[in-house]
Design a protein around this ligand. Structure first.
Ligand code: PBG
Length: 327
């Protein structure tokens, strides 16, 4: 021993890979990962998304194959987003039984049955010609209460199509209560709600807007949260639990890991975090340039989100990460 050397040596437990496994505090498993997927009305084959290398807008057929693969990999679920051929002011395509998202839910449910939780984004932004998450009042503002009625209809349409979990992401006040009561009134007591509770207005959604052919001009700052607010983030999650959310979400993940931890400590339901498009694309772009080790960066990213407190991680790498974790 070096005379006068340290007695306490944390390095002892880092000496071999097996010792490191013994004391690892955080797990990362395929069952904790949910894969967000895009399905495009009228597509006959997958359409690549330029700003998200490796992610596509699926055709109905390729979506079914992706769902079967996800079930095979033991993922925690799929989160479906629909891209309609036509949009209108009230987002009718979101509620129509033959709207792309609803038919995709039915397709996937038929493909995987109960083997894989089928989740769907419950929001109007993909379906409105103005690109906002709700319907507009005459003065152009997003009309909270009028939007709740549309979300209620959309929830019932998704439930009728066979969804297991609806994911309201529009940040309207009272959306979880409105959706819960509409689902219950229609006999869908067993459809769960994964509430995008703590959702910040973020520059990191950029690539997603291309992924869904968003028509948005401007921003969502009158309904999504201000990134400076931590206490409010916890409050939004508590409000959604009170209204009946079965799971709550923090989004984005990486720039909000502190909020994620606080939400995890504050609620008694499972907490999800969404590793969003911009967070994905930054890693992909840096890896493409040879600046980082891609696979290691993916696993480190997902592990950090789990460590911060996410029980469930939504990530575009879900299928690939499941493969990496099996090795
Ligand atoms: C809204 C919604 C958004 C995302 C998921 N649901 C975009 C937004 O709020 O502008 C973003 C997901 C991502 O960036 O990966 N329906």
């Amino acid at each position: 021993m070096t005379p006068g050397g340290p007695v306490v040596r944390p390095r002892r437990l880092r000496r071999t890979a097996a010792l490191r496994e013994l004391v690892a505090e955080t797990t990362l498993a395929p069952r904790q990962l949910v894969l967000p997927v895009f399905v495009r009305e009228g597509a006959t084959e997958p359409v690549p998304i330029g700003s998200m290398p490796g992610v596509v807008q699926h055709s109905r057929d390729s979506l079914r194959r992706a769902a079967a693969e996800a079930a095979e990999l033991g993922l925690g679920g799929l989160m479906l987003f629909g891209i309609p051929e036509t949009k209108d002011a009230v987002g009718s395509g979101g509620c129509a039984p033959d709207g792309i998202l609803n038919v995709a839910i039915a397709d996937v449910a038929a493909e995987v049955g109960d083997a894989l939780p089928v989740m769907a984004d419950l929001c109007l932004d993909e379906f409105t010609d103005h690109g906002h998450c709700g319907v507009l009042a005459p003065d152009g503002s997003v009309d909270n209460d009028a939007t709740l009625a549309v979300y209620a209809d959309m929830a019932v349409a998704q439930a009728a199509a066979g969804v297991d979990v609806v994911g309201p992401s529009g940040m309207m006040d009272g959306q979880v209560a409105a959706i819960r009561s509409a689902l219950d009134a229609a006999g869908h007591q067993d459809v769960a709600i994964l509430a995008y509770s703590t959702k910040y207005a973020s520059a990191f959604y950029g690539p997603f807007r291309e992924a869904v052919d968003s028509s948005l001009k401007g921003d969502r700052r009158t309904y999504q949260q201000d990134g400076r607010n931590r206490i409010e983030g916890v409050r939004e999650a508590l409000l959604d639990v009170e209204q009946g959310a079965d799971l709550v979400m923090v989004k984005p993940a990486l720039a909000y890991l502190d909020v994620l931890r606080e939400v995890r400590d504050a609620v008694d339901v499972p907490v999800a975090a969404y590793n969003i498009s911009g967070e994905y694309s930054m890693v992909e772009a840096a890896a493409e340039r040879g600046w980082i080790d891609r696979e290691a960066a993916i696993l480190e990213t997902l592990t950090s989100i789990r460590r911060a407190g996410a029980d469930v991680v939504l990530t575009y790498w879900a299928a690939e990460a499941a493969g990496l974790l099996r090795r």
